[in-house]
Structures are given as structure tokens and as C-alpha cells.
Design a protein. Structure first.
Ligand SMILES: NC(=O)c1ccc[n+]([C@@H]2O[C@H](COP(=O)([O-])OP(=O)(O)OC[C@H]3O[C@@H](n4cnc5c(N)ncnc54)[C@H](OP(=O)(O)O)[C@@H]3O)[C@@H](O)[C@H]2O)c1
Length: 197
């Protein structure tokens, strides 16, 4: 199905070190509380807060991730709350949960998200990693934006963001995202928003 015909619009969100590293030993290489708040705020969106957004009824956002990323979330925090967690795994049995659905392929997950009854229940779709899942999103005709936090420091990493060609994107602004350089625990970082051309 072409992007024009599909109701799916993928937002990708990632934090990378200065060499595009994203993870180590199935964990994040850093602990940045405010950066994590940014992730939670963007991926949860407004829709769950009915008091502030009464028109959005029961719509919630989707966080789409690979099995390792899902398992890297501490048990007490997963599935990520107020979001429908969609997990990709070919080989692993994942314990069912009311806030989580698992699929054996990217195509199956897309078909599920395109279903009219699911479309009625969901708002934004956020691709949250890891490496291969990001790659599939970037190759997908449904990709809309990449929300990239770039840390100005190199960490010990064993997992990296896939190659991406900036010429295929334009830098845009999102009123929800600060354009100022951030600093936390002595680590400087900047939020970039790339929109697929
Ligand atoms: N910095 C960031 O913003 C960020 C974001 C996310 C993750 N991370 C880090 O990245 C690391 C995890 O990422 P990762 O790249 O190693 O793993 P991942 O993408 O989270 O998970 C890989 C697993 O996903 C499943 N999978 C992948 N492609 C699939 C497909 N086409 N169809 C069905 N299932 C598929 C497979 O699960 P099975 O083996 O079960 O078949 C595969 O082993 C961790 O260190 C995490 O902390 C960082």
C-alpha cells in the first residue's frame, strides 16, 4: 500500500551519542532524566489527558519496538503506560498484557495498525527502536518524522542508529520541542526534528 493510501504516519524517536550509538548491553548508555521525560512526553502525547483534551476521547498513541528494547524497559515500567505497546519478535514468547500486542513481522504490525477499528482507537505511532526496527521505519513509505536527540559526547555503545542520509529530510521545528541546547549532568544535547521529503 502506498503512503498516500495508508492511514499510518510513523514518527521515529531516538537519542544518539556523538557517534550515533544508541545502546550498550541491552540498556541505554546514559541516564538523562530530562531526556527521558522528553521521550515520554512526545510518545504519550496529549490524547491520554482527557481533562486537557476532551475531544480526543480514548485515543492513545502507539509505541512500536523490537523485543530487545521492550525487554530493556524495567519490568515495573513495561508495557509503557498510557500507550499501546506494539512489540516485534520472531522467536520469543512475550507474556500477554492488555497494553501490549506482539507481531512476528513488520508487515503484520503495519496491517494491524491499518485496521479501521484500530485506527479508531489510536492517535500517533512512535517507532522507539532498536536498530533494525529504526531501519525498517526509515525504509517505510509511512515514515513522517525523525525526532533525534543528539548528545555531544561519545559513550561506550554496541548498538547504533542506522545510516541515514540527511539529504532525504528537511529540518523542521515542532512547538513541543525546544530548539535550545540542553545540558544535564554536564552532558550537552540538542533535539532535532527531521521530516521526510
Ligand atoms: N537511544 C535510544 O533512543 C534507544 C532506543 C531504543 C533502544 N535503545 C537501545 O538499543 C538496544 C536494543 O536494540 P536492538 O537493536 O539490539 O534490538 P531491538 O530492535 O529492540 O530488538 C531486536 C529483536 O526484535 C525482533 N525483530 C527485529 N526485527 C524483526 C522483524 N522484522 N520481525 C519480527 N521481529 C523482529 C527480534 O526479536 P526475537 O529475537 O524475539 O525474534 C530481534 O531479536 C538496547 O541497548 C536499548 O537500550 C536505545
Amino acid at each position: 500500500m502506498s503512503s498516500r493510501m495508508s492511514p499510518i504516519k510513523l514518527n521515529l524517536i531516538v537519542a544518539c551519542d556523538s557517534k550515533m550509538g544508541i545502546g550498550v548491553k541491552n540498556d541505554l548508555p546514559w541516564r538523562l532524566r530530562k531526556e527521558m521525560n522528553h521521550f515520554n512526553r512526545m510518545t504519550t502525547g496529549d490524547s491520554y489527558d482527557l481533562a486537557k483534551h476532551p475531544g480526543s476521547e480514548n485515543k492513545r498513541n502507539v509505541v512500536l519496538m523490537g523485543r530487545k528494547t521492550y525487554e530493556s524497559i524495567p519490568e515495573k515500567f513495561r508495557p509503557l503506560k498510557n500507550r499501546l505497546n506494539v512489540v516485534l519478535s520472531r522467536d520469543t514468547e512475550i507474556s500477554p498484557h492488555e497494553n501490549m500486542v506482539a507481531f512476528k513481522s513488520w508487515e503484520d504490525a503495519m496491517k494491524y495498525l491499518e485496521k479501521p477499528q484500530i485506527q479508531e482507537e489510536i492517535d500517533q505511532v512512535w517507532v522507539v527502536g532498536g536498530s533494525h526496527i529504526y531501519k525498517m521505519a526509515m525504509e517505510s513509505p509511512f515514515l513522517y518524522r525523525i525526532y533525534l536527540t543528539k548528545l555531544a559526547k561519545e559513550f561506550d555503545c554496541d548498538t547504533f542508529f542506522p545510516e541515514f542520509d540527511p539529504a532525504e529530510y528537511k529540518l523542521v521545528t515542532d512547538p513541543k520541542v525546544s530548539q535550545e541546547e540542553q545540558e544535564e549532568d554536564g552532558i550537552r544535547y540538542t533535539f532535532y526534528v527531521y521530516e521526510k521529503l
